[in-house]
Design a protein around this ligand. Structure first.
Ligand SMILES: [Zn+2]
Length: 507
């Protein structure tokens, strides 16, 4: 088991607009990875907000604010999203912070010195909404070709700074070939590879007619996308070669939505090549949560409000649902009926009832005291569960990991049905009754550990009910050894079920 430092990032979220369920999805996945890896060694989970650019400036002005005051006012809402979903980041970086902007300028100067940034003239069609230049040939009826946008574009001709992206094309292709899993899932890798095969143009990285950005020496501001990408370095105090940087660089996993893969898997590694830095081990482009088959977006008005959702279903139910419903990397369709099915089925009937029945029988037959351990067929059968599930989490196969855990839940429930503790009690078969009750309690202890990264509140609930001190947050390889649960401890079953049933009328 590697004790190496672990660094996971989400994209920094574009502050203009309200947080939606997609932001919660990415952040929860990063939180699961961070909670799991914190048990193994030093871990750093970075997230934050992307606050520059023309759209932010326009929205602020329209609302009658200075852009800084406007973004300041939006921050609490973003932080509230993390709190509502139990997402425990280690750092939240804002691109308007001085620690970021000073380092952006330092990177710019460094790239000028290496010759990767040069002055040139940019002419092209610019979409303000997407903050993107488009080739004439890409326009559709003279308008922005982004299917989400389609707005009018303007012709711009400016003297600007360029990043020499094209010169890294061959190196990127070679890198992709040598690291076939550095962009995941495979679909994203293939798309980016074909973009690379189509050739790359140099990238215009300054904007002269814009004020709301990181000011560059000599005028203009930095292109908002490069400004944003650099957060992954600046949050680690890269420019001063800070301790965070030396400990955590390069990122183990960078989570992104698939719509921003080009920035993170072509431009970003090229910038890192230019700076002489290692690239991330994995950039993972997860899928979209759709609503009845359509991508959620503000312009379509089909956005699920993550605050309303968590209020009605609870954080752990939504965390479980999002990671259990589909393979991470695939699109999936959101529906409240599906959430309710998971909640009442997997969580209520399977897990919640297991805990409630087991501890109730322990209370009835053994005054709530954990009996002595005995050799266990169940323990032997699931001896590799921690290692298997851990490997799946490390691969970001969250759904498979939860399925492996639920096989164990099913086996524990089956042990109750098959061994019928009430009959063992009636027959006075104390040894057999102790054995099954111990198995159930030890199983719940395992489940507390295994579910902790996914459902921290539920895991703590199980832990407390078992009467254990501390937190269920140890490394699985150390903790998931059958028989570690001490006998004699007094359990403290809760009155309320872990997942009370939700009826359609309630939720
Ligand atoms: Zn556009």
């Amino acid at each position: 088991m590697s004790k190496r430092a672990y660094f996971v990032t989400t994209p920094i979220y574009y502050i203009s607009g309200n947080p939606h369920i997609g932001h919660a999805y990415t952040s929860i996945a990063a939180d699961v990875l961070a909670r799991y890896h914190r048990t193994l060694g030093p871990t750093f989970f970075l997230t934050g907000t992307d606050e520059h650019g023309q759209k932010v400036e326009q929205a602020a002005r329209e609302a009658g604010f200075d852009p800084q005051a406007w973004t300041d006012a939006l921050i609490p809402k973003w932080k509230a999203l993390y709190a509502a979903y139990d997402v425990g980041y280690d750092d939240f970086i804002r691109t308007t912070e001085t620690r970021h902007t000073t380092q952006v300028v330092a990177v710019f100067e460094r790239l000028k010195e290496t010759g990767d940034v040069y002055l040139g003239t940019y002419e092209g069609w610019y979409c303000t909404n997407d903050e993107t230049f488009w080739l004439e040939s890409k326009l559709i009826d003279g308008r922005c070709p982004n299917p989400e946008c389609g707005r009018a574009v303007q012709w711009l001709s400016e003297e600007n700074w360029f990043f020499a992206l094209s010169k890294y094309r061959d190196r990127l292709v070679a890198y992709y070939r040598a690291h076939p899993e550095w962009v995941r899932p495979e679909r994203a890798y293939n798309e980016m590879m074909s973009t690379l095969e189509g050739g790359l143009d140099d990238l215009c990285i300054s904007r002269v007619n814009l004020d709301w950005g990181v000011p560059l020496p000599g005028g203009g501001v930095m292109y908002v996308w490069l400004d944003a990408l650099l957060n992954y370095l600046t949050a680690l105090d890269y420019a001063s070669d800070g301790e965070r940087f030396r400990t955590f660089w390069p990122p183990n996993v960078q989570l992104i939505g698939k719509e921003i893969a080009r920035f993170h898997t072509i431009i970003w590694p090229a910038v890192l090549f230019a700076l002489g830095l290692e690239t991330p081990n994995v950039v993972f482009a997860h899928g979209w949560i759709t609503l009845e088959g359509e991508k959620m977006s503000k312009s379509r008005g089909n956005v699920v409000d993550p605050f309303e959702l968590v209020e009605r279903f609870g954080s752990d139910t939504i965390r479980y649902f999002l990671l259990r419903e589909a393979h991470f990397g695939s699109d999936f369709s959101f529906g409240e009926e599906k959430v309710r099915l998971r909640r009442n089925g997997d969580l209520g009937n399977d897990l919640g009832n297991l805990v409630k029945r087991s501890l109730a029988m322990l209370a009835r037959y053994r005054n709530g005291r954990i009996p002595a351990a005995a050799p266990s067929a169940l323990g032997a059968r699931f001896a590799d569960l921690g290692a298997r599930t851990g490997a799946l989490v490390e691969r970001l196969a969250f759904r498979d990991a939860l399925e492996a855990v639920w096989e164990f839940v099913t086996a524990l429930n089956r042990a109750i049905e098959e061994q019928k503790p009430w009959e063992l009690h009636k027959r006075g078969d104390d040894a057999a009754l102790d054995a099954v009750l111990y198995d159930l309690c030890e199983g719940i202890r395992w489940l507390a550990h295994l579910t902790f990264p996914f459902m921290p509140a539920t895991a703590r609930g199980m832990w407390t009910q078992l009467g254990l001190a501390g937190e269920p947050a140890g490394a699985w390889s150390d903790e998931l050894v059958w028989g570690r649960l001490a006998s004699g401890a007094q359990t403290a079953p809760a009155e309320a079920a872990l997942f009370p049933r939700l009826d359609a009328s309630v939720a």
